[in-house]
Write a protein of this length. Structure first.
Length: 552
């Protein structure tokens, strides 16, 4: 018997994997050096003095003992143990019952698998989490939503799905670059997590969109309060390096069970509600309503039709003159986009550009407008008509395009026009007062085009900005012009703008002139150039050509 025990002891020492024996009560009887080393002890004796393995999960040891009584052996069992210093170690064990004079004992071998386990967890994490924010991705989100829906149904408690989309985030991306934009997304994600409970879920599906699961809510009033708190949290200034950035968001909300019974339907309806929030002005929240879904479908149909309109040459330009009221001459023409729909006739841009923006068509349409304008300027010049500049509105999406200057230069070169015959109108709201804005403006000026600051009075440009920024023209927003004879505040603002612009050598155009009284007021303030229905409605190219010939 002693010989057999010595032989067994020798086997314990020779094995490279951890080998041990313990009683059914978990008390350690014997172990080898490898077993002690895996668990962070200097010798088997140190480990044996502890008396037992320190299981991370207290229920593991009695569960193993019960399984052995029924099965006799348990193979490839992966469990987590605590090392001597308190850190965790994963091991894979093969365990069997052996007879002993003192009753049955457990004999096992164990192999450390911590690195493999951590590597597997890293891979699983990468598969189920967004790399930028560290939040769950769509796959994990849908899994959690399935579980949450089952629990909500069982408890008969409502659940909310929220889609959070950051407003104009592509502008931040273009202004500050992707690296800083990703850090802003990480901050926003962290803020959303901090604003909710542990049992709720915040996920990022990509781009600037987050999706939330808010469980066990009382009613729509409580979820509305939560949504407003999220908007307030997001809008706090974000300071990264030397930049202070403010971000707003639009939130769409759908409720279980009323707005859908499965994840895809709840997400679809929350997404429709989010677009409704953007439509009503952004930086707000909206609950799903069935008619919102219908409008979303209608918007998708408009986007699809617009893509065909570009291919089928259904887009056209109309031109509205800017008149020098002292000479009666046309100083400039503003090119205005129209859609000549095969069934609806002429459609104005306010009826289709919002859908074009959401469908990502603005850059393509904007480039078509510039090229068509340049081509028309060349055709009129070749016809021997008096040279008249044509103004084109540059959307904020176009203004933020990294390759804007290159694209514009190619158009000017290919169409063979004098670049000074092209005037780009840029809204105050399209610009961020940053080094990138100045770089873009100077790049455009270097091409030889003229620049106009559009809708002045709706943004935050000061007199100092007017002196610093390389604009040639300032256009006063129509909302002020149309009220100059009714409201003293608007009259004073228009007068001040004209005085300021003249002081820094800028040409001033008053937009939206519709009455003789408005014309008289502006003329008294020494405003020379005006635009509006008082001087005529926008005309297609062939109609405008007739007017140009009369002035030749």
């Amino acid at each position: 018997m002693a010989s057999a025990e010595n032989e067994s002891a020798g086997l314990l020492e020779r094995r490279q994997v951890g080998v041990y024996r313990q009683g059914l009560d978990g008390r350690l009887v014997d172990c080898n050096e490898a077993c002690a080393r895996i668990l962070g002890y200097d010798s088997p004796e140190e480990l044996l003095r502890t008396g037992a393995f320190d299981y991370f999960n207290a229920s593991d040891q009695p569960t193993i003992a019960a399984a052995l009584k029924d099965l006799g052996t348990v193979n490839n069992l992966e469990i987590c143990l605590r090392r001597r210093n308190g850190t965790l170690v994963w091991v894979t064990q093969n365990i069997g019952l052996i007879p002993s004079g003192d009753g049955d004992q457990i004999e096992g071998v164990l192999l450390e698998t911590t690195e493999q386990r951590l590597a597997s967890e890293r891979i699983e994490y990468q598969v189920t989490h967004d790399p930028v924010s560290g939040l769950p991705n769509r796959s994990l989100y849908l899994d959690r939503l399935m579980v949450a829906l089952a629990q909500s149904q069982r408890r008969e408690r409502p659940l909310a799905v929220c889609v959070v989309d950051l407003d104009h985030f592509d502008l931040i991306n273009a202004t500050f670059g992707r690296g800083l934009a990703d850090r802003i997304l990480k901050v926003v994600g962290d803020r959303l997590v901090e604003a909710l409970r542990l049992e709720d879920t915040v996920a990022r599906f990509g781009s600037d969109e987050f999706s939330l699961i808010i469980v066990d809510v009382d009613n729509e009033v409580s979820i509305a309060s939560i949504a407003q708190r999220l908007l307030d949290t997001i809008s706090h200034p974000i300071v990264i390096e030397t930049h202070e950035v403010r971000v707003n968001a639009s939130i769409g909300i759908s409720m279980f069970p009323g707005d859908g019974a499965d994840p895809e339907m709840l997400l679809k309806n929350a997404d429709a509600a989010m677009y409704r929030a953007k439509d009503v002005g952004r930086n707000t929240w909206q609950f799903y309503q069935p008619e919102v879904n219908a409008r979303a479908f209608e918007r998708q149909m408009v986007v699809r039709s617009l893509r065909n309109a570009i291919r089928n040459e259904e887009l056209v330009l109309h031109y509205q003159p800017q008149i020098n009221v002292q000479t009666g001459q046309i100083e400039c023409l503003e090119a205005l986009l129209r859609w000549n729909h095969p069934e609806l006739g002429i459609v104005n841009p306010e009826d289709f550009l919002p859908a074009a923006e959401q469908g990502g068509l603005i850059p393509k349409i904007g480039e078509w407008v510039i090229r068509t304008t340049a081509k028309q300027a060349r055709l009129w010049a070749e016809a021997g008509l008096r040279a008249v500049r044509i103004a084109v509105n540059l959307s904020w999406r176009q203004f933020q395009q990294p390759d804007l200057i290159r694209r514009l230069g190619v158009i000017i070169l290919e169409e063979g026009i004098d670049p000074s015959m092209l005037e780009l109108e840029i809204s105050e709201r399209a610009m961020q007062h940053s080094d990138r804005t100045m770089t873009t403006l100077l790049g455009l000026k270097n091409l030889g085009v003229r620049l106009a600051l559009d809708d002045y009075g709706t943004g935050r440009s000061s007199l100092a900005d007017l002196k610093r920024l390389p604009f040639d023209t300032i256009k006063i927003d129509p909302s002020y012009v149309q009220n100059v004879t009714r409201h003293l505040d608007d009259a004073a603002l228009v007068q001040a703008v004209i005085t300021m612009a003249r002081a820094v050598g800028l040409r001033v155009v008053a937009e939206g002139v519709e009455t003789k009284d408005q014309l008289s007021f502006l003329r008294d303030q020494s405003c020379v150039d005006m635009q509006g229905f008082f001087f005529g409605k926008p005309l297609p190219a062939f109609g405008m050509e007739g007017l140009l010939k009369m002035q030749h």
